[in-house]
Design a protein around this ligand. Sequence first.
Ligand code: ADP
Length: 543
Amino acid sequence: MTAAITIMRAKVDGDHIMSAERAGVLFNQRGGGSHRITVALIAAFLMVAVFTIDTFTEIEGAIAVLYVIVLLLSSEVLTRMGLLLALAGCIFLTILSYFLTHGPDPDLQTFIRLAVSLAALTITMALLLRNDAFRDELIARNAEIRESEARYRSIFDGARVALWERDYSQLRTHLMGLKASGVSDLEEHARRHPEVIDDCIGLLRTVAANEAARELLGTTSAGKVSNSMVHFIAAGDQTFLHVMNAIFNGQSYFEGKGTITTDSGEIKQVLLSISFPEDIAAFNRVVVGMVDITQREMTEAALVEARAEFAKASKAATIGALSASLAHELNQPLGAIAVNAQTLLRWLDRDPPDLSAIRRSAERIIRDGQRASDIIHNTRNLLTQQESKAEWIDLATLIDETHSLVEHDLKRDGITVTVRPGEGVPRVKSVRVEIQQVMINLMTNAIQAINGAKCPVREIVVEIQPVDGMVGVSVKDSGPGISPEGMEKLFTPFYTTKAEGLGMGLSICRSTLESRGGKLDGFNHPDGGAVFKMTLPIEDPHL
Ligand code: ADP
């Protein structure tokens, strides 16, 4: 039973839906439902009335033409399909009435009246259908425009960039008027007549502003962005003049930085961009974009200041480091000069004086003096950024020379040096005094490490080897090796474990080598002692 009721209900519902669908096919959606019914009833009544008059009265004439009124009324409420059915109905009634009135043998006159009525109905129908098509197209276009407007609005309102729609039409007309009156250079004209800028600002009108724009400039008490721009343009700001110039010269867009004053009186830096339309009529709604760059500008200014401070500080640090380096580097030749001068005096005090020994000491003094002079010269070059003189260096010879430079210390401390020049080691092109300085530092450190730990084995081994297209020189000592802390800070400036040390030697050596395309590493040898290994390119790419 329930199932039967359900089936019946479904059938009733189905019938409703079908009749509603049918109604949807015949009736359009314009106007309300009651309006449609009223118009449909009037049209049906008229149809019956015209048929009655046409069939049952003696009035001569094309009464059927009045069906046109039925069609015109129906077009208000019917779809195309409905209209075609209505037309079919009107034609059917016209022909029926014709046969009922005039029988099977009508005269020519009545036949022409019939033809005129049918033609009038068909033409009306054609016009109505065309009108309907136009109307549909218009509605579709309207919907498209409305949709595009809504899309534009939602982008405009939702954008996080401050946007305004401004009316530039009056300003443009004014500027073109100035041009027509003979002004060719607007900026020059504004310099001579400064009031022109204020006049022009007064011609601008704000049509709309988005939320970001309201946040940027602030709003009036009514919550609206002020219509006029006058009080937003900061005093002395030339950006507006540049905007005027862009319009004056017919540019298609303007971009520039400017200063504005917000409603609360705050001064802000902004990036302004305006696209001017090609169509002059569209100058009444020009979109203006602004990005607040106050923070960025402030950060940039702070950065410039910080950079200047840093440059000052690093200059001071460089001078400090160079003084420390000079003191460190000159220590060795000056010490050697003092020692050789004392030796020379001792030879002089002999009776008779040992002239050949005196000569040797004097020669050593001259050599060390020359080295000290080279160091100073090189440092001066560094300071004045002059290129140091590069030359081809045979590392084995250079190491021999270095050996003789520290010979005095080696002899004093009973340390032997073994040099192992590898097979087929190429010469390197570099700055001799720099490489020698590095070697002296490494040898002096090795001597001091062996001395400091009072090691029974007292030797330094220098090896020269070709490595991967470069040349490597390692200085291994029999000292205590590098401490764990030293491993981390070895090349850090001012790191030293020596009472008299400066802690600059290794950091200067590394940076010297790196600036010449080489490198310097320090590690502990598995058999004990420290190894410092420098690597040099065969030809310094920086020279
Ligand atoms: P300084 O010799 O003035 O201390 P360096 O930069 O030449 O400056 O050396 C830094 C530190 O590295 C030294 O104080 C020392 O602790 C460590 N060091 C350098 N060479 C050796 C070495 N051959 N063996 C062990 N430690 C070393």
